[in-house]
Design a protein. Structure first.
Length: 317
């Protein structure tokens, strides 16, 4: 199994920070540096805040030098820590999709929804309590808007498919995208075969496959060198990875349609997705056994199944 340090310099002024969600190597956020200024893309959970601050200190970045905290979307593994992190960054603002702004101002509905699904104790242990973002420190990013980080140009893109309140960020300096959940999941434990394993994340409640494909196409139109995934890390050869990602997206949709309407639809779909991912890992020659693969993919198979079944229940055709 690979080693997952608390943070890792990826070059081009980009540092990956492991946000310690569930296990090392599952979720990350990114520090982006330019001429002494910095931005944070995604922020993990409230429990991740000390890890982000420690990475800033280790990189020699004063908290006062952070200009922006940019939330890809408001799912708690990406934005649960935004408000708490902002309290430690005196000169930063929060940038987010226009549809995400109201949830960052008042996260009570997000907190209540998570507690209803998982239970208050699990939510507290996994994500912590969400801190609201003051209106004076929050700004919506329009599609195509450019953020200037002391000469480093970061371009926002409206990126539906995983969620309608999702944005991605193109970084001119590295010719790469910070993708949030719009370019799938690719865990480093599966590296070492012919290509990395990559598969889509279709978690509840706004999964839309055609919108996801359109978002991927818009990202590829810039001919990027790499993608920086929240789950997990840098992925190279984006065009090749996209073909595999879309193929598995179509396969997931076929699995969901086959299971929808059954009394055991969720359980059956989770098993089909586990089988799909394990078979893909085996096809690629990933150096991991089936038991370990299933353990690492269990949460994603469950969430992906829930999201696709909700999509079909909304009347998808």
């Amino acid at each position: 199994m690979p080693d997952f340090p608390p943070f890792k310099d990826l070059g081009d002024g980009i540092t990956l920070v492991d946000v310690a969600l569930e296990r090392p190597g599952m979720a990350a956020c990114y520090l982006i540096e330019s001429r002494g200024a910095a931005a944070v893309f995604d922020a993990g959970t409230r429990h991740s805040v000390p890890l982000v601050l420690a990475a800033l200190a280790a990189r020699g970045i004063d908290a006062a030098a952070v200009r922006h905290v940019i939330a890809s979307h408001v799912h708690l593994d990406h934005a649960g820590g935004v408000g708490a992190l902002l309290q430690a960054l005196p000169n930063a603002d929060v940038l987010a999709h226009p549809r995400a702004v109201r949830h960052l101002l008042d996260p009570s509905a997000l907190q209540a929804s998570a507690e209803q699904v998982y239970g208050a104790e699990v939510v507290e242990k996994t994500y912590g309590r969400i801190v609201p973002v003051p209106a004076s420190r929050l700004r919506a990013l329009a599609d195509g808007e450019c953020v200037d980080l002391d000469g480093r140009r970061l371009h926002a893109m409206d990126s539906p498919g995983h969620a309608r309140h999702h944005l991605t960020l193109y970084d001119e300096a590295s010719a790469s995208w910070f993708t949030g959940d719009c370019f799938g999941i690719s865990y480093r434990e599966f590296d070492g075969g012919a290509a990395p394993l990559i598969f889509p994340t279709t978690s509840p409640v706004q999964f839309e496959p055609e919108a996801m494909k359109a978002t991927i196409a818009r990202m590829l139109a810039r001919e990027p060198r790499a993608m920086f995934l929240t789950h997990y890390g840098r992925v190279d050869r984006p065009a090749e990875r996209a073909r595999a990602l879309i193929r598995l997206l179509d396969a997931q949709v076929d699995c969901a349609r086959a299971c929808f309407g059954r009394d055991d639809a969720r359980e059956a779909l989770v098993e089909r997705l586990q089988r799909l991912y394990v078979d893909e890992a085996r096809r690629l020659g990933a150096p991991i056994g089936e038991a370990d693969a299933r353990r690492l993919l269990a949460i994603d198979a469950e969430l992906n199944a829930q999201g696709m079944l909700l999509w079909l229940a909304r009347g998808a055709s």
